[in-house]
Design a binder for this molecule. Structure first.
Ligand code: 3H9
Length: 723
């Protein structure tokens, strides 16, 4: 039965934390007023200290405590990232880290057992709070995610995570989590040894109270104590720890080229702290946290966090526009993209009709979708019946049956205007009045597609990126006649399937391909000038792109790049007219990785082996020429940045924020640079204009700075004046 300790024990309803005592157990309930999620803010820290002081006071019959959240979908989402923007010096960040550590050390040292009852996200400082508890129970809800994603914000865990996680689950397993920012659902967290039990959400509190009592009665042992003999002990063998750390460092360097300080610092902190008492390890952690929190890399990544969250949470439609619920969709075209769209939709609880012209093609798409779904579900450690429930959501068909109930239909047929026109007409004969008709095109203007439609206001572009289950961006393209509810519904659909949607206005190449094309065209020009394939790729991975432009040509397919390049050149001849390099490659039957013949050679397993030297003769370059890496980086990097600014100037983009999100999530613009607009703010518009002018003088008009850039430089303006 619930009894109230004293009047003061129950903190006022508006407080971020409330404590009630039920059957000798303190139930600490988190619910920050006015915030969408619980975050470790100064007020939460203060309120938790008050509660800990009461518990330390003893008496009152409290034998154990349970920490639970009253916010749907989150336990604790970590430190309040908003406060990072106020850090001016490393000392500010270090102070914040020490405050977090102090609170959690106090929690850890309570004489009574504590149980973290986790339903929803326990990320960063959230998981660190759970690690300071004696015992952890998570729910099996898909919203429950545990992880330390700090490196994705350019920092490291700062509230004890670097010290406590390796001591709980071992070095290799914790590095895997901390270096990747991976988030684990309940069952995977249990296999990893992070949580002790997984239960269904409705019984969480009951089970947490039971565990708390059992711990208090000595019937249950605290976490960690039962894990002796686990693989982490082998990690103390001489040489093994050094080997794990060296391997991890190599992995970081090959992925990041040393451009991200946080993962390297993380390895250093863990290496130096692992043999020390926890207090000394925390000292190292706080110092490193402070240093990292004020780096340009961290500021850019924090910018991206808020930019992408805002893009996800707001569509550019008049206030009050209601999106339709999206529970059932149909996809026309069961190829690689169509199957991918079906996969991510089914995974998010949507039922899908996957249609192709022939039964065999539809069945093949269905197989692809189901195989991917099973793989992903197994990784999440879902039970067989849950996997079946997901895969059963996709059905294949060669007819238009079931389309009349679809909330959204996505056509993902071959990229050809006349084909898409006839498919749009066919679809329209089978759908209801309230169905959104989305086209997964990457190049064809939506206005042209809508021209074939009897209800153009329903037509919208839904540009997915390949591979659909991995790429986080959905570029939504409206034409002048798209209805607001269609935009709102498409945005809501994108969010529901876990994508970050940006909405842009129709224009050749939309946003992502528009800024990619001149970058790729310039790469071809550099090849023609004699720069080697390797130098080009290395220069751009060295600037922070995940792959270089020449590799990208081969990956995308030279025929595809060729076709897209021609369409773009028609619209923007002054700066996107491609060199003859790609023409010659295609004429020689080189399509890239898909036919094992491109700028690179490929082994029988389809893996890239080395640059194909015979390409140089083919493209008419007898002699290689070495070029300063910074010059290559400027020619390519600024080409993209300049084009991005033009799209904002022309109103293709609704905001610089969307441009940063689209460039990073859609085409791999280096996240630590924050996106093209954030990059301009970082180095200054005047600096970018000056560099573009120098390139213009040397290489011609295609480098002429966008008017908006020139204006910003003249006025000293920023795209993000609030920082
Ligand atoms: C850290 O913990 C450092 C420590 O180690 C050391 C400390 C000393 N702060 O994403 P949503 C806002 S670093 C501030 O749409 P969902 C978000 O901006 C932190 N605000 O919901 C949005 O605002 P708005 C490590 C935050 O259900 C609203 O909440 N933690 C924070 O799709 C809803 O967000 C992370 O990196 C925050 N920590 O997903 C986790 N979190 O409504 C970051 C959210 O104005 N957060 N907001 O647009 C997430 O990954 C997701 O938000 C989460 C919820 C999974 C929690």
């Amino acid at each position: 039965m619930a009894t109230t300790l004293t009047e003061t024990e129950t903190v006022a309803a508006a407080a971020p934390v409330r404590m009630d005592v039920e059957d000798g157990i303190a139930i600490i309930r988190l619910n920050q007023p006015g915030k969408p999620v619980n975050v470790i803010s100064a007020e939460l820290v203060e309120a938790m200290h008050d509660i800990l002081a009461r518990l330390e006071g003893g008496g009152e019959g409290v034998r154990a405590a349970v920490i639970i959240s009253e916010k749907k979908g989150t336990w604790i989402a970590g430190a309040d990232i908003e406060q990072f923007k106020d850090f001016r010096t490393a000392a500010d960040g270090e102070h914040a880290s020490r405050e977090g550590q102090k609170l959690l050390t106090r929690l850890e040292r309570l004489v009574m057992p504590t149980v973290a009852a986790i339903d929803g996200a326990a990320l960063g400082g959230g998981l660190e709070t759970a690690l300071a508890c004696t015992y952890r129970i998570a729910t099996d809800s898909s919203k429950t995610k545990l992880g330390l994603p700090e490196v994705q914000l350019g920092i490291i865990p700062g509230a004890g995570g670097t010290a406590r996680l390796p001591r709980l689950i071992g070095l290799a397993a914790s590095l895997d989590l901390m270096l990747t920012g991976k988030q684990l659902e309940g069952r995977r967290a249990k296999s990893a040894g992070i949580v002790d039990e997984v239960v269904p959400a409705p019984v969480l509190l009951r089970e947490a109270k039971r565990a708390a009592l059992d711990l208090a009665n000595g019937k249950l042992k605290p976490s960690g104590a039962r894990r002796r003999g686990s693989p982490k002990f082998a990690e103390n063998l001489p040489g093994l720890r050094g080997f794990i750390l060296r391997k991890a460092r190599q992995g970081v360097m090959s992925k990041t080229h040393g451009l991200y300080p946080a993962p390297l610092k993380l390895l250093e902190v863990i290496d130096r702290g692992l043999d020390k008492p926890v207090d000394a390890a925390l000292e190292l952690e706080a110092k490193a946290f402070g240093e990292l929190a004020v780096t340009q890399e961290a500021r850019s990544l924090v910018h991206l966090f808020f930019a992408s969250t805002a893009a996800k949470n707001s569509a550019p439609v008049p206030e009050g526009t209601k999106p339709k619920d999206v529970d059932h969709i149909a996809v026309v075209g069961a190829g690689f993209m169509g199957a991918g769209i079906a996969t991510v939709s089914a995974e998010s609880g949507i039922t899908v009709r996957l249609k192709d012209m022939k039964h065999e093609a539809a069945a093949k798409g269905l197989r692809t979708a189901r195989e991917t779904l099973v793989k992903r579900a197994r990784r999440k450690k879902l039970k067989p019946f849950q996997i079946t429930a997901i895969t059963d959501r996709v059905e294949a068909t060669a007819e238009y049956t079931g389309f009349h109930t679809a909330d959204v239909v996505v056509e993902a047929v071959f990229e050809e205007l006349s084909l898409k026109h006839s498919v749009i007409r066919e679809i329209e004969a089978h759908i209801g009045e309230g169905t959104v008709l989305g086209s997964n095109t990457s190049t064809i203007p939506i206005t042209q597609l809508a021209a074939a439609s009897s209800r153009p206001e329903h037509v919208i572009g839904l540009h997915f990126f390949s591979p659909v289950d991995k790429m986080p961006l959905l570029e939504i393209i409206t034409h002048a006649g798209t209805a607001d509810w269609v935009t709102a519904t498409s945005h809501a659909y994108g969010k529901k399937i876990g994508k970050t949607p940006i909405v842009v206005n129709d224009s050749p190449g939309f946003f992502a391909n528009r800024i990619l094309t001149p970058y790729m065209a310039e790469a071809a020009t550099l090849l023609e000038e004699g720069v080697s394939i390797e130098d080009l790729d290395r220069a751009m991975t060295g600037w922070g792109y995940p792959v270089g432009p020449v590799t990208l040509y081969d990956e995308v397919g030279l025929d595809v790049a060729h076709k897209a390049g021609k369409i773009m050149a028609e619209a923007f001849a002054d700066r996107m007219t491609p060199s003859t390099v790609i023409d010659r490659m295609v004429a020689d039957g080189r399509l890239g990785r898909k036919n094992g013949k491109g700028f690179f050679k490929y082994g029988s397993d389809g893996k890239k082996t080395e640059a194909d030297e015979s390409v140089y003769a083919l493209i008419g370059v007898p002699q290689r020429k070495s070029m300063d890496r910074a010059e290559i980086q400027d020619r390519l990097g600024l080409m993209m940045v300049n084009e991005a600014v033009r799209t904002l100037e022309e109103g293709v983009l609704h905001s610089a924020r969307d441009g940063d999100v689209g460039a990073v999530m859609g085409i791999g613009f280096p996240p630590f640079r924050g996106g093209p607009f954030w990059y301009v703010d970082t180095v200054g518009a005047a600096n970018v204009v000056e560099r573009l002018r120098a390139l213009e003088q040397k290489h011609g008009k295609r480098f002429a700075p966008a008017k908006m850039l020139v204006d910003y430089a003249a006025d000293g303006k920023k795209f993000f004046p609030e920082g």
